[in-house]
Design a protein around this ligand. Structure first.
Ligand code: S3P
Length: 353
């Protein structure tokens, strides 16, 4: 995002302007900022290499911005805020009526506004980036932006990697995942199934014996193991998306597809599945439709991060898989194609580029 051509569209300039407009902010630096001024040219680069089918950098001295354009690394802006001017000890001043020196009026004294300024800075930064994103990709709805954003993200990769299926319980991750893996001729990994096989007990028993957190730890470990295997379709449990490590892993090693379904339909599917309501500790006791609705609402902010998104209402597993193939084809074209370079080049390992 941004531009190297137009001075007024360079993103570093726009961010600096927006961030400097916050009261009491006296300096803005991007990446190494002031430190870079003391370094040699050879010490301010962020070399590019290939890692896990993606272009990666070994450092981020530029703070994610080069030539006025984001480069895919984390965007790092630091702000210097001066202490608030309302001090309890009166400053020397001048009485304009008498034209004589006099101590300034003391109104009150603030303490520290840095935490508040941090919130404001994150918001103004997000708004500036949202403007730049809309300029780059167009679109005026979040739904309309999803596909172009996924294409943009994949454009720095040489292969698709894993397809991670996420979504609430009963959204069809396992059944559609199996069908999708068959249609794409890839392996399929169901993380819940792997956890149960490894632990030798059911998920309900894990919850009962060692508590939810120990299940979440197993979930994270199993995800990391599966992500290290050759490209597959990987179905996650409904709650596995609630930690940032999982997201970093999924972003680095594949694309995410969120499946959705109305809670009533999800519960109907669960009742006829081989892991019924009783086997799902977070739905047990009370009204399962309500429990699922509540759970889904608190997790929506995670599901909403997915690269792709599919409403599975009224669809069977094969139809969901076919629709998923269509979505994947729509983003695949943006992969960096270096397959012609042969083994010495950066060809996609599974020939998907
Ligand atoms: C859970 C969802 C389940 C399973 C566990 C917890 C959740 O997986 O991991 O019961 O927290 O939503 P499915 O979504 O595959 O049913």
């Amino acid at each position: 995002m941004g531009s190297h051509v137009h001075w007024d569209r360079k993103l570093d300039g726009r961010l600096a302007r927006a961030l400097m407009s916050i009261p009491a902010i006296k300096a803005v630096e991007i990446g190494d900022g002031w430190l870079a001024a003391r370094r040699f040219g050879s010490e301010v680069h962020d070399p590019i290499s290939l890692g896990g089918g993606a272009l990666v950098r070994s450092s981020n001295r530029a703070g994610g911005l080069e030539g006025g354009i984001t480069n895919g690394e984390p965007l790092v802006c630091r702000l210097a805020m001066k202490p608030l001017a309302t001090v309890p000890a009166a400053l020397p001043s001048v009485d304009l009526a008498k034209l004589a020196a006099t101590p300034a009026h003391v109104e009150r004294s603030d303490t520290c506004a840095v935490p508040a300024a941090g919130v404001i800075a994150e918001s103004i930064l997000a708004l500036t980036l949202a403007d730049a994103l809309l300029e780059a990709l167009g679109g005026d709805t979040m739904a309309g932006l999803r596909l172009p954003v996924a294409r943009l993200r994949l454009s720095t990769r040489t292969s698709l990697g894993h397809i991670f299926l996420i979504g609430p319980m009963g959204s069809g991750k396992t059944s559609a995942g199996l069908a999708l893996a068959r249609q794409l001729n890839r392996p399929f990994a169901d993380l819940d199934g792997r956890i149960e096989a490894k632990a030798g007990v059911s998920i309900a028993q894990i919850f009962q014996r060692t508590g939810e957190q120990s299940f979440r730890d197993l979930e994270a470990k199993t995800l990391a193991e599966a992500a290290g295997e050759p490209p597959a379709v990987i179905a996650l449990g409904g709650g596995a998306i609630q930690n940032e490590t999982a997201w970093r892993l999924m972003r680095r090693s594949g694309i995410t597809l969120a499946l959705r379904a109305p809670p009533e339909e999800s519960i109907r599917r669960i009742r006829s599945s081989d892991r019924p309501i009783e086997a799902r500790p977070l739905l047990a006791g009370g009204d399962p439709v309500e429990a699922l609705r509540k759970l889904s609402a608190t997790r929506e902010r995670y599901y909403a991060r997915a690269d792709l998104d599919l409403d599975t209402e009224g669809l069977d597993a094969e139809a969901v898989a076919a629709a998923a193939v269509g979505l994947i084809d729509a983003v695949k074209g943006s992969l960096t194609d270096r397959s012609a370079e042969g083994p010495g080049g950066s060809a996609a390992p599974e020939g998907e580029a």
